[in-house]
Design a protein around this ligand. Structure first.
Ligand SMILES: [Zn+2]
Length: 370
């Protein structure tokens, strides 16, 4: 660990104003919008919250079902959404969040509504904002479930950053700034460095903790009985190669992890992200009941309109990319040239190289283009 990273404790990162500013420089992080449309009168959804700390709030969304919804414009303890399922016999917690404080907040909220033993916690995938708070579960002897590849991916991606020199980790992205041919490319490249710097700081300020119950995706779905409440754990392609969802078919409720972003452009940077796979997953989601309630990985709770919106964003990225591809624009240029259309102006856009850029690069690759 470098001297520099040793000085940055997790708490300092979470509450430090400079880091706060850094996160906000990463693009357009909009405040969490309120519930809209049919969700305001949906009988499954409580209009009052169980707990609210600004950075996240917990709301009842069904019989024994709760959603933890983050608002990163107010703090970074959780960053991603999660939730919990509380049956008559046991409970299942979702996500390790970005800090043990985030996981603790959710556990406290569970204890405000139920005293049943916790059967397990589950990371929907390995990404840091869903897993660097995992140590909370280790300390509290809560079994941690995840896709079988999550432990390895955490170690490869984040274990490798612990003890590494920050300058060495950032070097490949600094080349992007140096080699930028346009102001737009430079601006995007700088955003990418800001994002990776944040990840490096979070990871080096965290005690990484790994799932101790790997779920083999070839053996999914499995059904979990919590006592009068059954949930299915299922595996789908798209966002990270390790994505699991938790579905409660009896109540038409789905916790999607990052296979669904609500009001946020999709993060497509993962080496195992697949745009065609992700679009197929969204088609499956849209085939489910029209009254399905979705708890997305990021953004507000939504209905099928949220799935449609993300599918439309993928369609728009693919349409613009295809035009450039047909016009002979090389992929290195095309990746920066997508324009967010007016109709999606209310969607948050994260750092380009983690969101839209790689979506275009992967589409070109799927088309067999250079
Ligand atoms: Zn993710």
């Amino acid at each position: 660990m470098s001297a520099d990273s040793q000085r940055i404790s997790r708490r300092a990162f979470v509450t430090g104003t400079s880091s706060f500013a850094a996160f906000h420089s990463l693009g357009r992080i909009l405040p969490l919008p309120p519930l809209t449309g049919a969700l305001q009168t949906d009988s499954r959804l409580s209009q009052t919250v169980v707990a609210d700390k600004g950075f996240a709030s917990v709301r009842k969304i069904g019989n024994g079902l709760y959603a933890t919804i983050s608002d990163p414009s107010k703090g970074f303890q959780t960053i991603c959404n999660g939730g919990f399922l509380a049956g008559k016999d046991s409970a299942l917690l979702l996500e390790g969040f970005m800090s043990p404080d985030g996981a603790a907040f959710q556990m406290d909220a569970l204890r405000m509504v139920s005293q049943v033993p916790v059967k397990a916690a589950l990371d929907t995938h390995y990404h840091y904002d869903h897993s660097t708070g995992n140590s909370f579960y280790g300390v509290n002897h809560v079994p941690l479930w995840a896709h079988a590849a999550v432990a390895r991916r955490i170690m490869e991606s984040y274990g490798a950053m612990q003890g590494a020199e920050k300058s060495a980790v950032l070097a490949p992205l600094e080349a992007g700034v140096r080699d930028a041919k346009t102001d737009l490319q430079k601006q995007h490249a700088q955003g990418n460095i800001g994002m990776l710097t944040n990840i490096f700081n979070v990871v080096n300020g965290s005690v990484l903790a790994l799932p101790n119950r790997p779920l083999d995706p070839t053996k999914l779905p499995i059904t979990i009985d919590l006592g009068g409440l059954t949930a299915q754990i299922e595996s789908f392609a798209g966002h990270s190669g390790t994505d699991l969802i938790v579905r409660i078919p009896e109540q038409n409720v789905v916790y999607t992890g990052d296979l669904l972003f609500s009001g946020v452009y999709p993060y497509c940077f993962d080496q195992q992200a697949t745009i065609s796979g992700w679009r197929a997953t969204l088609r499956t989601f849209s085939s489910w009941d029209k009254d399905t309630l979705f708890v997305p990985g990021h953004g507000q709770i939504c209905g099928q309109e949220g799935v449609t919106a993300l599918a439309n964003i993928f369609d728009d990225i693919a349409e613009q990319a295809e035009k450039m591809h047909k016009a002979g624009v090389p992929v290195q240029e095309a990746a920066d040239l997508y324009v967010v259309p007016e109709k999606f102006k209310n969607f948050s856009v994260g750092p380009w190289g983690f969101t839209i850029g790689p979506a275009i690069t992967k589409l070109y690759a799927e088309w067999g283009a250079k």
